[in-house]
Design a protein around this ligand. Sequence first.
Ligand code: 5GP
Ligand code: ZN
Length: 112
Amino acid sequence: MSDCLFCKIAAGEVPSGKVYEDERVYAFRDIDPQAPVHFLVIPKEHIGSCGEITPDNAHVVASCFTAIAQATREMGVTDFRVVSNCGAKAGQSVPHLHFHVLAGRDMSWPPG
Ligand code: 5GP
Ligand code: ZN
């Protein structure tokens, strides 16, 4: 999608701190980290949110979670939280599917 920030980041048109990349997935450090480790994992294909997953595009979710496992393993991170906000009321501010990966501090539950 031409005016989507995360599509531009995945395409390298907007600079970011890459932590992982393969043919389907791009991962990069969050610009406003909420934990000592905080990166975002996105499909290169534009999907608006978790609410737009279908049988036809669901394979990208598996690719994102494979990327999360590989990136955390490479960082030596064993305890982490994965979050995907879906919709403005749930805290989504960028309308391109993304998974937050947070680590490096104790996490509280439930989230706010
Ligand atoms: P959301 O609020 O949609 O769940 O998550 C969007 C995340 O994207 C936020 O944590 C925000 O800090 C991050 N973000 C927004 N713009 C940029 C950017 O230009 N670069 C990077 N690296 N992160 C961004
Ligand atoms: Zn996009």
